[in-house]
Design a protein around this ligand. Structure first.
Ligand code: 6LW
Length: 499
């Protein structure tokens, strides 16, 4: 929400591959989560603009095991969230050894969700579920292919059948979603790959398995070859509002800085209006400032800026890398503190003990009170094991450390008094000059002084923590970590400065 009205992205920060469904006046939405645990954040809204995270669909090891050999940006890919026959259904791919496609169900989308039903006969990624009039369940996947399944047992009936290969010349037909609308079955897909060539295409047929005729206006949405401030638009899902209007949620990115532009928040969830002309959807602008909506806005609960870790369980926005064993991450060991116990790995390692939250604003501030008396750790901005910046403290010294690709550098260090210390970072505009070569932002790290000011130890170029540099499917996560021994965190503040 901007301070003037409804705004995009409606779910900022790395929340890609959105899938949406509506039950009465309530909307629910789920996103990919890759190497993070818990996985598949689930959101609720009453107006399509204000979204509140109500849980994570995969929040226990019996649902989600991501071993240390699961690369960053592998793991949990694109979900589809649907409501059918009185239950919520979520189908998703765990891209890892022993993973594959799986279905979980729930009566309450906030959870608990069931243990997975595996779909060994469903290949590939981006599974979708759709039921036809006689209750037959069709699972459609990237490619685009389809197989009939029993979602209760995971049984498939026959080999997958090829349905459509998307628009001529566009690579990567994926992210299928199948809808029965009026007299047609509509097959919505992503084309072009999730970078600047991304787009949305649609086809329709008389049965859930086609044959499908492509829309003459395909791609019905793309920002490729434009200078629109939202790029990489694609991977969409459709929903009809109670008033009969249609809307699309989709992923997009907001590149910043000069040329070519670097996006640092990952692929975010955007909203666009949809109208129907001659039986085909026409997508309105994916505008940063959304038009007034034809219904009253229903703001959700205001997110607390500070987490005091005074609950026995972490709030659903907190994510850890691959797993979160209680012996390594707990708020029960020291009341009102988060205790992180290292297991050998630093931020360079896949088993780092890290707990963070998605950076959701282009400019923001984060602070945390650290007690390093039993170990080494601190505050980090993480993209993956090879791209992260951190300020850490141990043994009376505070250091700013940068990892970019194969380079790992202690950028600055200084003595710090023993005892708890407030570490802080500010993400904002890069220092001048601002020209075509300027990066998207700068990350300043420092130690908070008794008067509350941040004594900056180092300021780093934010472009090296962007997807254009690092690759991958996630976005920045800001959080706390333990690299050695045990580190206690009393509280964590996240303060938005700009959208
Ligand atoms: C997702 C697929 C894609 O499964 O990237 O590029 C994958 N498109 O639709 C991860 O977001």
């Amino acid at each position: 929400m901007s301070d003037t009205g409804p705004a995009n992205p409606v779910i900022p920060g790395f929340h890609p591959d959105p899938s949406i469904c509506r039950v009465g006046d309530d909307y629910y939405l789920a996103c990919s989560s890759f190497e993070y645990f818990p996985g598949v954040p689930v959101f609720h809204s009453r107006d399509l603009v204000h979204w509140t995270q109500i849980g994570n669909a995969l929040d226990r090891p019996s649902q989600l095991r991501l071993a240390a050999d699961v690369p960053s940006s592998a793991g949990i890919y694109a979900p589809t969230l649907r409501y059918h026959d009185g239950r919520f259904w979520l189908v998703v791919t765990n891209v890892s050894k022993g993973g594959g496609n799986l279905v979980v169900t729930a009566t309450d989308p906030a959870g608990p969700w069931s243990d997975p039903v595996r779909l060994p006969g469903v290949p590939g990624i981006d599974p979708d579920l759709a039921w036809d009039e006689d209750g037959t369940c069709w699972c459609t996947v990237a490619g685009i292919a389809q197989v009939r399944i029993d979602p209760h047992t995971g049984r498939t009936y026959g080999p997958p059948q090829k349905l459509w290969s998307g628009t001529p010349g566009a690579k990567a037909p994926e992210a299928p979603h199948l809808y029965r609308i009026g007299d047609y079955w509509y097959l919505l897909i992503a084309v072009g790959g999730t970078e600047r060539g991304h787009g949305v295409a649609i086809a329709r047929g008389r049965t859930p398995s086609g044959p499908f005729e492509p829309c003459p206006a395909n791609p019905i949405l793309t920002h490729r070859s434009t200078d629109h401030p939202v790029q990489n638009t694609g991977h969409a899902d459709l929903v009809q509002a109670p008033d009969g209007s249609w809307w699309m949620v989709l992923l997009g990115v907001r590149p910043g800085g000069g040329t070519p532009g670097w996006h640092v928040l990952g692929r975010e969830t955007f909203l666009a209006p949809v109208t129907w002309v001659d039986g085909w959807p026409v997508v309105g602008e994916v505008a940063l400032d959304l038009p007034e909506l034809p219904w009253p806005l229903v703001p959700g609960p205001v997110e607390e800026q500070r987490d005091d870790f005074d609950l026995s369980e972490l709030r659903p926005l907190w994510i850890s890398v691959r797993d979160r064993p209680a012996e390594h991450c707990t708020t029960k060991e020291r009341a009102g503190w988060l205790t992180l116990r290292a297991r050998g790995g630093s931020l360079d390692e896949p088993d780092v003990v890290f707990t963070g939250r998605r950076q959701q604003h282009l400019s923001c501030r984060a602070r945390t009170l650290v007690d390093p008396s039993e170990g080494r750790g601190g505050l980090a901005v993480r993209l993956d094991e090879r791209h992260h910046y951190a300020i850490e403290v141990s043994g009376g010294e505070v250091r700013v450390v940068a990892r970019v690709g194969s380079l790992r550098t202690v950028v600055a260090a200084q003595p710090v008094p023993d005892g708890p210390v407030v570490l802080g970072l500010t993400i904002g505009d890069p220092p001048p000059p601002h020209d075509a070569r300027t990066g998207p932002d700068a990350v300043s790290f420092g130690v908070e002084q008794p008067d509350g000011t941040l004594s900056v130890l180092a300021t780093l170029d934010g472009r090296y923590l962007s997807t254009e540099v690092a690759g991958g499917f996630t976005g920045r996560v800001i959080g706390m970590y333990a690299a050695a021994g045990t580190v206690h965190f009393d509280w964590f503040d996240y303060e938005p400065i700009s959208r």
